[in-house]
Design a protein around this ligand. Structure first.
Ligand code: ATR
Length: 278
């Protein structure tokens, strides 16, 4: 008997620039599965109706992207503890009884992206510095805490947002004022940019790496361009670096597994397909 057709997709507003259809449809083909991944442009005022539509339309679930990740957490029937910690859902999985379960696969995606390029990486190797205090920062912080980070220094242009994160995530989080960001890199084992600074059409992140140890891993959640100005400087001074492509594909892997029951692989062919769209 032929396998049931599985329909999934991504809800966002706007959503047409999402790379997720390329990734998931590539895997559907590669693993000879019967299904399709589509784009669902959903205005914020329609989010609840669209989510309720998931099970009646027979979708196996969907990805959730900007600006719906926080609101979706309040609308699904059950939320995974990791997604609760992040405060955002990026993956919805329809249950056999029609209930919607919410997950956050960005948390897995971030750490797996580091591990894929630096298999010996350890969260407890030394202090981590996270730049930014928005949604991406929250996923990275939960990821590092889950992996056993002992100290996370948060730097954010608007200091009060960093302080809110410290209050929420506890004693392992330290906040350092934006004006002192260059000195805050001293002794760090990991530096992560979660802001939009360095993204295509944005200014470069305004930070001086002179105090950062040369062995510190420098990671950027941005994937367009693959080498942000931050990563270019880090590379030129000999620091190991990781771009945002691994996080993008690894968060997709876990969602794909939840819907299709197959943990898909990252291959050079897939990387090339995604990069060709930049
Ligand atoms: P995301 O969900 O992608 O994390 P976000 O929640 O809008 O997006 O967060 C954007 C982050 O980029 C914030 O930490 C923001 O700093 P503020 O809290 O001060 O706004 C940071 N950011 C944006 N523009 C910046 C700039 N010019 N310099 C430094 N940080 C900036």
């Amino acid at each position: 008997m032929e396998q049931k057709f599985i329909t999934v997709g991504v809800m966002g507003w706007p959503v047409e620039h999402s790379r997720s259809p390329i990734i998931h449809n590539h895997w559907i083909q590669k693993y000879h599965l019967n299904g399709s991944y589509g784009l669902f442009p959903v205005a914020p005022s329609h989010l609840e109706a669209a989510l309720r539509g998931i099970s009646v339309l027979g979708l196996a679930g969907c990805n959730i992207t900007i600006p719906h990740k926080v609101e979706t957490l309040k609308l699904v029937d059950w939320v995974d503890p990791i997604a609760t910690k992040v405060g955002a859902v990026n993956t919805v999985v329809t249950q056999p009884n029609g209930d919607l379960h919410g997950f956050n696969t960005d948390v897995y995606g971030y750490v797996q992206g580091l591990r894929d390029s630096h298999p010996d990486w350890r969260a407890d190797a030394g202090p981590a510095v996270v730049i930014g205090a928005g949604g991406a920062s929250r996923a990275v912080i939960v990821s590092l805490l889950e992996e056993g980070a002992t100290e996370i220094r948060i730097l954010n242009r608007t200091n009060v947002k960093a302080e809110e994160l410290a209050h929420e995530f506890g004693a392992k989080i330290k906040t350092i004022k934006w004006a002192e960001r260059n000195e805050a890199l001293s002794g760090a084992a990991l530096l992560v940019n979660t802001t939009n600074q360095g993204m295509h059409k944005q200014e470069a992140l305004d930070i001086d790496l002179a105090e950062l140890p040369k062995h510190a891993l420098v990671s950027d959640a941005i994937y367009i361009p693959l080498e942000t100005p931050l990563l270019a400087i880090a590379n030129s001074r000999g620091n190991p670096t990781v771009n945002g492509l691994g996080m993008l594909i690894n968060q997709a892997r876990l969602s794909f597994q939840a819907w299709f029951g197959v943990m898909p692989e990252i291959t050079p062919e897939l990387n090339k397909k995604i990069i060709s769209t930049f």
